[in-house]
Design a protein around this ligand. Structure first.
Ligand code: SER
Length: 609
């Protein structure tokens, strides 16, 4: 049964059971600052689970079915094994305060055994054994006993049977997983070889989450307004079972890609197993790149852009150097689009943009690859030892500190994977922590400015304060104008104001043309001349996002925020202060536009009285 048919069977089954079909949402959840990417089908239902929105009013139903495109970075190092991918599709059914455990388990059982006719003997179920906050889920055990012998119903703690929230806060709850038993033969662990055993005998197939709790940022658990169901089953894994394959890369969701890659011998003289693993990494990462780009994410050094850059460059890192060929990558892109375009229709429209962005990134990375890496490493190591910065690694040797890897990455774009490949060693976790630390510092800096641009400083004269306030409002106008001229993917990455100029950083992959700069400048001045009122309103963060206010300082927003509007032109969450009318700003002039770091542009602008 091909994947198209499996997907359709799942959707049809739930339609038959009165669920409403919803389209997959974007991989880039723009109105949820708590996560970077969509990692599960529940993402688009979050406002319903939280009770912020009513599904009956918005979508005329309380029960839904979807096939959601998902991306998980947590599994990146696992890609290459039998069942892990960064990009995958999740089949799911959802209930917002309608049915709960009994119906969810009944529906799942019916679909697997009556629709797909899976062998009942191969199925096991798990449940939550409870912890200090929530008691044992004996209700679930009771329901499963109708279908399974007791010895195939296994209890686990929160590590395996508590789901969510993705991010620091959000809806969550105990879950019951359905596992598929491939061999029925226990491994050396004998009777302890049970679902979640790492020997490969079992594969988690379907996760049924009983979503009735909410975890807040302080780690406090409370009940959601109603009891919800969120289920997720990986299409790739289900295809593996239905097509009787050993791993997801042999299913029709990857087979054409895999064949094309392996036939072209792009990895040089490597062992058979190495060739296979590299082909899996390339097929997963190119597919992931296509889907991230298609959803409007651009290559960059931060957040979503960082993830995209990391996987695309990691795919290129698998090739033997002289064999890297952009046209071959483009052929792989077309294989992906052809396979998925029927279900994800937007892919065809996004094709040219995907190729254009990839070309820019490819050219940029090709330059990096031509650098004399050994010499660069030597230079960074000697600077590091002079500054006595962080872990000392000595001027020579193959060991690098996390800070050195970070500098090589941000300054020269050298990916950690490439450094590993050419024999440098370092602690990847420490490197990731370094990235996070720097992102947190830049966010905190941005937040400080965002909270008032230092305007409360008593050292400033009233004239200086007034000039900075005018710059602050002009910054909002610039931000919106950039989004209108360059596209909605432009995102603020930083802002700094003093009384002489404003500085605005945003992600965009290329230098702006003079024409684009002129258009932006003109748009800002046109709005200024319209004498638009600048107003603000206080509201909840959820409401602000619902109304389309721009919000980019992730996670740091309080629950209640102020939204500043400049006529109908711009709406942004902000701490102020601002001018009362755009006429106070004066004439806006862009002084410079240049790169601030890889993938990030920096504009400086002045205003004339
Ligand atoms: N949210 C759960 C998961 O991701 C079920 O969809 O596994």
């Amino acid at each position: 049964m091909r994947s198209e048919k499996i997907r359709k069977k799942f959707i049809d089954f739930f339609l038959k059971n009165k669920h409403k079909l919803v389209e997959s949402s974007s991989l880039w959840p723009k109105d949820d600052a708590s996560v970077l990417l969509t990692t599960a089908g529940m993402q688009q239902f979050k406002p319903f689970f939280l009770g912020i929105r009513d599904p009956q009013i918005d979508l005329n139903s309380k029960i839904f079915v979807s096939s959601q495109r998902c991306f998980r970075t947590s599994d990146i190092d696992e890609v290459g094994d039998a069942t892990h991918a960064t990009f995958f599709e999740m089949l799911g059914n959802f209930s917002i305060g309608a049915y709960f455990k009994d119906e969810a388990i009944n529906l799942a059982w019916k679909f697997l055994t009556k629709e797909l006719h899976l062998n009942i003997k191969k199925l096991w179920a798990t449940y939550f054994i409870g912890d200090k906050n929530v008691k044992t889920d004996s209700e679930t055990v009771k329901i499963w006993k109708k279908f399974l012998p007791e010895h195939r119903i296994i209890g686990y703690g929160a590590h395996d049977n508590w789901w969510g929230p993705p991010g620091k806060s959000g809806p969550c709850g105990p879950c019951s997983e359905i596992h598929y038993d491939f061999t029925s033969q226990p491994c050396v662990k004998k009777e302890k070889c049970l679902p979640n055993c790492e020997c490969g005998r079992f594969m988690e197939l379907w996760n049924l989450v009983f979503m009735e709790y909410y975890l807040d940022e302080a780690g406090k658990l409370s009940k959601l307004p109603f009891k919800n169901i969120d289920t997720g089953m990986g299409l790739e894994r289900l295809a593996l079972i239905m097509q009787k394959k050993q791993n997801i890369f042999e299913t029709d969701l990857y087979s054409t890609l895999m064949l094309k890659i392996r036939q072209n011998k792009i990895f040089g003289q490597v062992s058979e197993i190495e060739d296979l693993i590299r082909a899996r990494i390339v097929s997963d990462h190119i597919k992931g790149s296509v889907f991230l780009l298609a959803d409007g994410i651009n290559f960059g050094n931060k957040e979503q852009g960082y993830i995209l850059r990391r996987i695309f460059r990691r795919a290129l890192d698998q090739f033997q150097l002289p064999n890297i060929d952009l046209n071959f990558i483009f052929e792989l892109v077309d294989v992906v689009i052809k396979k998925y375009a029927k279900n994800f229709k937007y892919l065809n429209h996004r094709r040219q943009d995907i190729l254009d962005q990839m070309k820019i990134e490819f050219d940029q990375y090709s330059k990096v690859l031509k650098l004399n890496i050994e010499a660069l490493v030597k230079k960074i190591k000697s600077e590091n030892s002079k500054k006595q910065f962080g872990e000392q690694t000595g001027p020579s040797g193959r060991h690098l500190s996390a800070h050195e890897v970070f500098v090589l990455y941000t300054t020269y774009g050298l990916s950690p994977d490439r450094l590993k490949k050419i024999g440098f060693n370092f602690n990847t976790n420490e490197f990731e922590k370094e990235v996070e630390k720097h992102q947190a510092i830049s966010r905190a800096g941005a937040e400080k400015k965002f909270g008032g641009h230092g305007l409360n400083s008593s050292k400033l004269s009233p004239e200086q304060k007034s000039k900075m306030t005018r710059f602050h409002t002009a910054t909002h106008l610039l931000h919106q104008a950039l989004r209108q001229v360059l596209g909605k993917t432009v995102k603020q990455q930083g802002s700094d104001i003093n009384y002489e100029r404003l500085r605005f950083d945003f992600d965009y992959p290329q230098k702006l043309t003079q024409d684009q700069i002129n258009q932006v400048e003109k748009m800002v001045n046109d709005v200024i001349k319209k004498n638009l009122p600048v107003t603000f309103e206080k509201m909840t963060l959820a409401e602000a996002i619902r109304r389309g206010a721009l919000a980019f300082f992730k996670e740091k927003y309080p629950e209640n925020v102020t939204v500043y509007s400049i006529g109908d032109f711009s709406k942004e969450i902000c701490g102020g202060p601002h001018v009362k009318n755009t006429s106070e700003i004066g004439e806006f002039k862009i002084i410079s536009e240049k790169s601030s770091s890889a993938g990030i542009r920096r504009i400086k602008a002045s205003i004339q009285p």
